[in-house]
Design a protein. Sequence first.
Length: 96
Amino acid sequence: MTARNTLWHLDAACVGADPEVFFPLDLAPVSHGVAAAKRICALCPVQAECLADVMIAEDPARRWGISAGTTPAERAALFAAQRQATPAAVAMREVA
Ligand code: SF4
């Protein structure tokens, strides 16, 4: 088993970026705001770690902004797919 890297955020491409870039008012997938945030995430060396953390920690009732290069709708779809794929694993996470 490999130790989980908990310091990944130190290498994040968004360090020093304007946080407002990641919270565009227009969350349409083709909007300029979403594209700007996704461009930063696309260059991020820790995007996989970021997505893993979001999938574990994000409150589904409070999804907002761009995280790990995904919109709230895209993350909702990922959550739904994960839930279908591993219902037991998701249930265990919710109990923990
Ligand atoms: S994937 Fe995007 S939001 Fe996540 S750490 Fe990297 S730049 Fe920041």
